[in-house]
Design a protein. Structure first.
Length: 519
């Protein structure tokens, strides 16, 4: 950015000149006296608001005296310089009271000629450029190179215009916030409706009329369960027969390459636990709640091999499972022929996300054969038996409230991540009914939820448009196009000269004081 692209009374300054910079530190955790004070101590986890009012942790005056933590005055701007969040965001906040920060943040107390909120909004407007130009290379944790950040140049308007810009930004953003809140409320209402429809579907209420029309074709729950067990065993015997045929072919061809692997026998399954069954909704007498594992001869984890940015076949990862479908953006790839042969997906495969954040673990999606692909290790392929369960019926159930609630009770929580392994997945309760009725459930859900899905897409588009509009407003604000210039405003160049003169005078006084002290 140069002065030539800005209004005449603006200036471009390096961030080093906009105010006094301060760092932070962490008092010893071993000394309890340091952690029972009243002084807010900001770490990256607190940087979720535009202004810091309070923090999760507080330290004492003694902690400040005996550590690198420093008191930062009210009206300062603080920002994260070391954290994983810098991979995609540059958190900036203003201070409402005196506080301290840890070593992962920096603070700037602006010069009197620079409005605090103006500086904060300016940094937010330049966040992407700062991350692109000032990020350290080769560090294990995302970090901003502070010397580069201090050299980064920002546009400075006359002080009165700074205040007008801030007022306009806050006015426009307030209007956008109201619109965003309305969109989020509508999305929540659609989610509630969606879950209500899914609840009715998997309680058999949607297909009550269908069952009445086909009652002569349906069997009791006990007969249905007997058929399920028999079909599972028949599928295993079929897999054994196919393996034996493959072994004969391998032997006849001179035993070249790897010998076909013998399929594992399906794991024995106990009946669904009584306490789990007691917590499930009532279903028709021709349905049965039983373990999900009865629909498969064995679930399968994906490839653990390292993928790359380029390759012959995409590898579906947990981020690609979105709203029950595969999102083909942000793909990783592999060209490993052995991995491709072993983990390639077939149309109708249902994938389950076994490891993710607590709120996302357990999400599922169906692969429809859109393009060749294989699946990564944090995913499970259920390998359901098609004559027992419809792919989409299974996929939709895994997104229902019953399935999500059960998942939350069996997940194992770690640091920032939760896990639901294959054994726990096979123990999920599942509402079995005839394959014909499953297809009718799916048809009716598609009919009822298609409008919901379209509305969701429109809401997401509106939210994306709002985010883009915010960026446009900030771009206009800091290029001098958001508010009118006033020729009576004192130019930024005069402000800069005044600051330089004041600093020079201050340095002179400091030198004189040192000479007197030395004498």
């Amino acid at each position: 950015m140069s002065n030539s692209t800005l209004p005449k009374n603006w200036q471009v300054w390096p961030l080093a000149d906009v105010g006094t910079w301060l760092g932070g530190g962490t008092p010893s955790k071993a000394d309890n006296r340091y952690w029972h004070g009243h002084i807010p101590w900001v770490s990256p986890k607190d940087m979720k608001a535009l202004s810091i009012v309070d923090t999760e942790d507080h330290i004492s005056e003694e902690a400040v005296e005996n550590s690198a933590a420093k008191i930062i005055s009210s009206g300062s701007v603080i920002f994260v310089t070391r954290s994983g969040i810098l991979a995609h965001s540059f958190p900036v906040a203003t201070t409402k009271s005196e506080l301290t920060v840890n070593q992962d943040l920096k603070a700037v107390t602006p010069e009197p000629v620079i409005d605090t909120q103006y500086l904060a909004w300016c940094l937010r407007a330049h966040a992407r450029l700062i991350l692109d130009n000032c990020t350290k290379d080769g560090t294990t944790v995302q970090s901003i190179e502070v010397p580069s950040l201090k050299l980064y140049k920002v546009p400075i308007a006359p002080l009165n215009e700074q205040r007008r810009i801030v007022a306009k930004i806050e006015q426009l953003f307030s209007e956008l916030d109201k619109g965003v809140e309305s969109l989020k409320t509508a999305r929540e209402q659609l989610n509630v409706y969606r879950q209500a429809v899914l609840k009715h579907a998997f309680e058999g209420k949607l297909t009550a009329q269908w069952r009445e029309e086909h009652k002569d074709e349906l069997v009791s729950a006990d007969e249905l369960f007997a058929r399920i067990k028999a079909e599972r065993e028949a599928r295993y015997q079929q897999m054994l027969a196919e393996w034996k045929a493959a072994c004969k072919k391998w032997e006849s061809q001179g035993q070249g390459g790897r010998k076909p692997l013998k399929p594992r026998a399906p794991k024995p399954l106990s009946k669904l636990a009584g306490d789990v069954r007691a917590d499930l909704p009532a279903i028709p007498h021709t349905w049965v709640w039983e373990k999900l594992g009865w629909m498969t001869c064995g679930v399968e984890y994906g490839t653990a091999a390292r993928s790359a940015e380029t390759g012959s076949v995409p590898v579906i990862r947990m981020g690609n499972l979105q709203n029950g479908t595969i999102d083909w953006q942000d793909l990783a790839f592999t060209s490993d022929k052995i991995e491709i042969e072993k983990y390639s997906l077939a149309p109708g495969d249902v994938l389950f996300n076994r490891t993710n954040s607590p709120e996302l673990v357990g999400k599922a999606a169906i692969y429809r054969g859109e393009r060749p692909a294989l699946f990564a290790g944090y995913l499970i392929r259920i390998n359901h038996i098609e004559t027992l369960v419809s792919s989409q019926y299974l996929n939709l159930f895994l997104g229902s409230h019953v399935a999500r609630r059960h998942g939350s009770t069996v997940k194992t929580d770690g640091v920032n991540q939760s896990n639901i392994n294959g054994e726990k997945l096979q123990s999920y309760p599942f509402p079995y009914c005839s394959l014909a009725e499953q297809c009718e459930v799916v048809r009716m859900l598609d009919e009822k939820l298609s409008l919901t899905d379209r509305l969701m897409q429109e809401i997401d588009a509106g939210l994306a448009k709002s985010a883009a509009l915010r960026q446009s407003i900030l771009q206009q604000a800091f290029s001098g196009q958001l508010v009118a210039q006033d020729l009576n405003d004192e130019p930024a160049s005069v402000l800069l000269e005044r600051i330089k003169a004041e600093k020079a005078e201050q340095n002179k006084d400091n030198k004189n004081n040192k000479r007197r002290d030395a004498a």
